[in-house]
Each structure stands twice: as structure tokens, then as C-alpha cells.
Design a binder for this molecule. Structure first.
Ligand SMILES: Cc1cc2nc3c(=O)[nH]c(=O)nc-3n(C[C@H](O)[C@H](O)[C@H](O)COP(=O)(O)OP(=O)(O)OC[C@H]3O[C@@H](n4cnc5c(N)ncnc54)[C@H](O)[C@@H]3O)c2cc1C
Length: 491
């Protein structure tokens, strides 16, 4: 093998990273420890920002990856924060996708694996990465008794990432003290809609319809909180049985909903950690390899896929030789932009864990208060922005426009297309809002110049391949725009 990039791990983050790199003309191969895909569902939700940005990727039949995923899932406008009775309302969000998409991780992975296969990207199953060396020219990756050479290595190999450990990247955080249970089950007396019961003495249970008659049952028992690390380990080492699950449902809700059988039963903890660096030389970490947390609000796979989107265009630029210091190690590097997102993720999942698992009268009172606040439009907007991924933004240099670093909305374009559908992993969009300014001459294979209808009193905006505004101008002199393109490597 002699690839530009080797990706370790064929989970959702590794597969998406590979597909994006390939779209940018990068030669990529994937090494996966398992001999075949696991098929476990785990994450059951994709959030709006993930759906927005996956429009960048084309499936084999010309549809966007988002369109394909939408056809396999269910759009639901409300979701929970901390399992509070008052739900978050996504319908107010300014996005073409003002909803969560209920879709099992197994389906998301199947769609991604088909895409990767259709693109002809080699995925080598049964190849566990056990080590690597790197120097100024590349990496030598050890897997399955063979050494694979490449210029870069991406560790998308999950929470126990070998790549992270062998790169010497630290993974500090908070040990878990809570164990939740989750199961995909058949119920003979299922509730009509998604439901949850939170009891200040026993714990909580949520029941959500998935697909093909399967429901996801998940929750936390009061005695599974406040545990010491060895108690967490002991608890998680005991497999949960169907009878255990039936007992939990009866105890917390007063019914077992006609629990018939389970296709998958598991537990999850609330260990919360994130990597101190996302890059070590020619080696990167992404997804669960870079951050782990309690599965609250269905965010893990979403933040991981957005890591992939942030990383892929910058790494492709490096491979293709047009990356500038700004994106390789400067303020707009993958490491500098994505680590703060993991910090925010850790904070919001810790806060949700407290709301979900403080089984006391005080905890119940806090939930009541928070629910009242959540009914206020401004609180809803703040928390929906956070969980949906839509309010994530990146640092911008001082003295720029307030929109710099923020996500570009899905503006309509004069030819009937929209901004999101026009994004590509290997080019910037230069939106020219004032035809008076002559920017067309700045077009190139790396920059598509698009005359656009007036927006936000701007003269022009440079939009990155991942849909964030690199620079916005209320007065755009071609020389200023040219300087920005140079900074970002697009000139
Ligand atoms: C029980 C449970 C429930 C969850 N529920 C949710 C949820 O509701 N919503 C949500 O958003 N998230 C949820 N998550 C988290 C979500 O599943 C993860 O965030 C997501 O899978 C991360 O994707 P990834 O590609 O980074 O890592 P993974 O999915 O872990 O994929 C890593 C891949 O790397 C492979 N690998 C590992 N080591 C090596 C090696 N040395 N060499 C080669 N390959 C290797 C693994 O076999 C695997 O295929 C849950 C997680 C768990 C465990």
C-alpha cells in the first residue's frame, strides 16, 4: 500500500473522512480491526448541522449523502435536553433541516460503507493497527503483520484509540460514576409516541420508536449513579438480561410495555475525556478517539462527523500542496478549531447528566425550574443551537466582520441552487453580493465566484469548504479579497 492517507477505523467518522478525502482527489485507504461491520445501532440521531454539511458529499446516484440518509430515517422536530419534560423545539431553527433525523448508527454506517465502496476506496477489514512510526516524509503503519506506508495517518479508531495512545496524545478528563442501560427491543404494548418517565426515587426510562417495529429503551437507575470507578467496571461487566430490563421497566414505569425480546442490550458510562491535541506531526485523531462523554442528546457521532468535515479539506489541502500555515498549525487549524468544540460537548453532556441523574427532591426541583426556562424562546434557541451543532463557530482574527468564523446559512443562489448544495471539500465559494465589485477574475479551481442576491448588508463573503465564513466584507476591495484568499491558500 502506498496511500496519501491511511485512516484507522471504519466507524462513521473513519468512513466519512475517507469519503471526503477521496472526493478531494486524495488517495486514501482504511484499516479496520473487525473482520466485518458490527451492525450495533448505538447512536440513533443525526442533528441539523450534520445533515447540512453532508450535502457536500455526493452518493453514487447523484443524490447528496443527506438526501440518502433522509430516505432511511424519520424527521422529528422535537428532542430532549437532560430528559426534561419540556422538549427542545428545533422547528424554529434557521436551516433546511429543522429537526433531528432518527436513524440508527448501523444504517448510517451502512450508507457510508456503500458510498466508500462505490467510490472504490479500499477498506481492509481484519487489519488492527498496532503501531506506527513517523518522520518528515510520512508514516509507517503496522497492521495485520504488514507495514503500510502513507504520508498521513488519521486515528478514527474509537474511544480506546491505539493511534492516540501511540502518538503520546494525552486524554484527561473525569472518570465515570454512572452506568446507563440501553436496548433495542420488540414491545407488544408499546406507547403510541416516544415517552419518558423520570422518578426521583427509582430512576428514569425512555422509550422511543426506531424502525421495523423496534423500540429503543434507555435510562438510568438511581443505584447506578454516584459509583466509584471499580463499581462502574463491575456493573458494566455484568451483562443485562431481558428479565433485568423487564424488572427496570416495571419498577420505574409500572409496565413492561409487553417486552417480548431484545435485538441488542448494552450499557454506557459517563466517562468524559478529550484529547489535549488533535494532531501530532503527521498523525490526527477524530471522533471518539478525540472525545468521549455520556450519550446525552445523541451528540457523539455528530460531533465526530463534524470533526471529519473540518479535518478533511485541510488535510486534502496539505496533501495537494496548497495549505497555508493558517490551516496547518495556525488559528484555523483542525486542532485549534475542533478542541474547543469537544470542551463545549463535555460541558453540556455533564450538565445533562446532572439533570438526568440527580434522583432527589432537589434534583426534581431543578428539573422543574429548567423545564420552565426551556419553554422560553431564548433558552430554547440557545440550547437547540448547541445540540443541533448550528451555533458552533470558530475563532476569527480581531478586526474582522462579526460573521467571520460563523456558519454560512443556506442562501439561495441565482441559478436556483443553494449554498449548502454548492459546497465541495476542495473549493471555497466567493459570494459577490454587489455586482459592482469585480471579483469574477478571482475564480480558480479552488474558488468558485458566485454573484448572489444581497444578504446581511455584505459586499462579499469567502465561504470555506466546510461551510463556515472565512471572511466577510461590507466593502470589498479586490485587493482585500485577494489577500484573504492568499491567507487561506486559495490563490
Ligand atoms: C452504548 C453506546 C450508545 C451510544 N449512543 C449514542 C447516541 O445515542 N447518540 C450518539 O450520537 N452517540 C452515541 N454513542 C456514541 C457513538 O456511537 C460514537 O460517538 C460513534 O460511534 C463514534 O464514531 P467513531 O467512528 O469515532 O468511533 P467508533 O464508532 O467507535 O468506530 C471506531 C472503529 O475503529 C475500529 N478500531 C478500533 N481500534 C482499531 C485499531 N487498532 N485498528 C483498526 N481499527 C480499529 C473499531 O472496530 C471501529 O470500527 C453511543 C455509544 C455507545 C458505546
Amino acid at each position: 500500500m502506498s496511500a496519501d492517507v491511511i485512516v484507522s477505523g471504519a466507524g462513521p467518522v473513519g468512513l466519512l473522512t475517507a469519503a471526503l478525502l477521496d472526493s478531494a482527489g486524495v488517495k486514501v485507504e482504511v484499516l479496520e480491526r473487525l473482520t466485518e461491520r458490527s451492525g450495533n445501532s448505538r447512536a440513533a440521531v443525526l442533528h441539523p448541522r450534520t445533515l447540512e454539511i453532508l450535502t457536500t458529499v455526493r452518493a453514487g446516484d447523484g443524490r447528496t449523502l443527506t438526501d440518502v440518509l433522509l430516505s432511511h430515517g424519520r424527521a422529528v422536530p422535537r428532542t430532549h435536553f437532560g430528559m426534561l419534560p419540556q422538549l427542545l423545539d428545533y422547528s424554529v431553527l434557521d436551516t433546511p433541516y429543522p429537526h433531528i433525523l432518527q436513524i440508527t448508527q448501523a444504517t448510517t454506517e451502512r450508507v457510508l460503507a456503500s458510498l466508500v465502496e462505490a467510490r472504490g476506496i479500499p477498506v481492509h477489514y481484519g487489519q488492527e493497527v498496532t503501531g506506527f512510526e513517523q518522520d518528515d516524509t510520512g508514516v509507517r503503519v503496522h497492521a495485520g503483520g504488514t507495514v503500510h506506508a502513507a504520508r498521513y495517518l488519521v486515528g478514527a479508531d474509537g474511544a480506546w484509540s491505539q493511534v492516540r495512545q501511540q502518538a503520546g496524545i494525552k486524554f484527561p478528563g473525569t472518570p465515570g460514576n454512572t452506568v446507563s442501560y440501553l436496548a433495542d427491543v420488540h414491545l407488544d404494548a408499546a406507547p403510541q409516541n416516544a415517552t419518558h418517565v423520570w422518578d426521583p426515587v427509582d430512576g428514569w426510562v425512555a422509550v422511543v420508536p426506531l424502525f421495523d417495529g423496534i423500540h429503543r429503551v434507555f435510562g438510568v437507575l438511581a443505584e447506578d449513579t454516584g459509583l466509584a470507578p471499580e463499581q462502574v467496571a463491575a456493573r458494566r461487566s455484568q451483562p443485562l438480561t431481558l428479565d433485568d430490563l423487564r424488572g427496570i421497566l416495571n419498577r420505574v414505569t409500572g409496565t413492561d410495555y409487553g417486552l417480548r425480546n431484545a435485538v441488542w442490550i448494552s450499557t454506557a458510562g459517563n466517562t468524559t475525556r478529550h484529547a489535549t491535541q488533535y494532531r501530532a506531526g503527521r498523525v490526527f485523531v477524530a471522533g471518539d478517539a478525540a472525545h468521549v462523554h455520556f450519550p446525552a442528546g445523541g451528540q457523539g457521532v455528530n460531533v465526530g462527523m463534524q470533526d471529519a468535515v473540518n479535518l478533511a479539506w485541510k488535510l486534502a489541502a496539505e496533501v495537494k500542496g496548497w495549505a497555508t500555515p493558517l490551516i496547518t498549525g495556525g488559528a484555523a487549524s483542525y486542532d485549534r478549531e475542533r478542541r474547543p468544540v469537544a470542551v463545549s460537548l463535555a460541558q453540556n453532556t455533564q450538565a445533562q447528566t446532572a439533570l438526568m441523574t440527580t434522583f432527589t427532591p432537589q434534583g426534581a426541583a431543578l428539573r422543574e425550574l429548567m423545564s420552565t426556562l426551556l419553554a422560553r424562546p431564548e433558552t430554547n434557541a440557545h440550547l437547540a443551537g448547541l445540540l443541533s451543532g448550528l451555533s458552533a463557530s470558530y475563532d476569527a482574527p480581531d478586526g474582522g466582520h462579526p460573521l467571520d468564523g460563523h456558519r454560512a446559512p443556506d442562501l439561495g443562489l441565482p441559478d436556483g441552487d443553494t449554498l449548502l448544495r454548492r459546497l465541495r471539500v476542495n473549493r471555497f465559494l466567493l459570494l459577490d453580493f454587489t455586482p459592482a465589485v469585480e471579483l469574477a477574475a478571482l475564480g480558480s479551481p479552488l474558488v468558485e465566484v458566485i454573484p448572489a442576491a444581497p444578504w446581511s448588508e455584505l459586499a462579499a463573503a469567502l465561504v470555506r469548504p466546510d461551510g463556515y465564513i472565512a471572511r466577510a466584507w461590507t466593502r470589498a476591495e479586490p485587493e482585500q479579497v485577494r489577500a484573504a484568499l492568499t491567507d487561506w491558500g486559495a490563490l
